[in-house]
Ligand binder design. Sequence first.
Ligand SMILES: [Zn+2]
Length: 252
Amino acid sequence: MAEKKKSKAREDRVILSAKDGSIVDRDPGDKRPPSQRKSDAGKKRIFAFVLWALAIVAEIVAIWTFNNFSVLWPSLAAIIADAVLCIIAAQFWKQANRLDPPKGKFLKNQLGVIMALIAFLPLGYFLLKNSKDMPAGAKKIIAVVAALAFVLTMGMSIEYNPVSQADLDQAERMAIEYGGAAYWGKYSKSYHFDPDCRTLQNSSQIYEGTIEEAFELGKTDPCDFCAGGGESKSILENVLGDDAENPDTEEE
Ligand SMILES: [Zn+2]
């Protein structure tokens, strides 16, 4: 009876394709060759630069409208556009770095932060410099909005968990050993190779895709139980050994 209950819980979970959100059979998705990944990453980087350029245009518009208009809203709208463009650009930049990791380059990983500084610090300088003849209330509003936009943009632009080529290579090697597919929960930073991993048991929806898709989505942390996080080799051997010898540990 107890056994039946457990297997029902497992069937309740849905595995979704990372590509289109459709429900998949457990069949690994097509693998993207490294050349394709590099070109995908290149496109994302170009897109990020275009968005950063637009963010700087928005910054200039914010300064110009602040100096020339007597109403605040055009400057506020331009500041918000500046932040939104920077944030989207940084996400593309981070995705590109996970698909095609830069070689241990701090600057390349954290370019989003540098661009956010470029897109906000001059704005702050000009707002402070020219705010003498603005009414106090207006000054306060624009200072608060600009500060919040800046903090949010910085927070969203930092690469908290830079990935190296070695991390990606290791993950790809292990993915091949496990049959090609990776699994992850929507909000987790971890990737898994076992869809029945104990840490996925509580998720009602899990996603399946290639390991590259997992990295692209920021799932760059190998699960400690099924993807060799921590001491990779000994755990990998244990897991493989366990699976081969004793596939059904919940039998009691
Ligand atoms: Zn796991």
